[in-house]
Ligand binder design. Sequence first.
Ligand code: GTP
Ligand code: MG
Length: 149
Amino acid sequence: VEQTYIMVKPDGVQRGLVGEIISRLERKGFKLTGLKLFQCHKELAEEHYKDLKTKSFYPTLIDYITSGPVVCMVWEGVGVVASARKLIGSTNPLQAEPGTIRGDLAVQTGRNVVHGSDSPENGKRETALWFKEGELCEWTPAQAPWLME
Ligand code: GTP
Ligand code: MG
């Protein structure tokens, strides 16, 4: 089943947006299978963002992600990776559409409140990176037959 790793970044936690962000994904109909508050250390941040290592903003990105607790989540469902990216909106919040999380709740790329995996492969990779075996919960939501025919 398709999985995506979604993370409320430190600014989202500090600004009290955790409930709002979870709520948007929950209302869409995806299934939450992992959830924790976590203080990310440098090594993990570097592994997570290793593809961006050569970018000029990389050091500030690592400082940002490790600057306070994050909320780590795994969401599952058909098409969840692309759909969550749509709900999140463009990387630059000033370009993100109204109605998206970043479009409604953020103003700057370097403080864009939430992360979402960009492919099903990265959804699996990031889930394995941020969650230990046994931390994920497989369950059948009561609403399942009312979401999918
Ligand atoms: P994520 O879901 O967090 O991976 O964002 P994304 O996929 O929309 O963007 P990308 O993977 O290209 O970049 C990862 C993160 O690096 C972004 O979400 C920003 O927080 C940060 N970032 C990207 N570009 C810039 C930039 O030009 N300046 C700064 N300060 N941060 C950037
Ligand atoms: Mg990305």
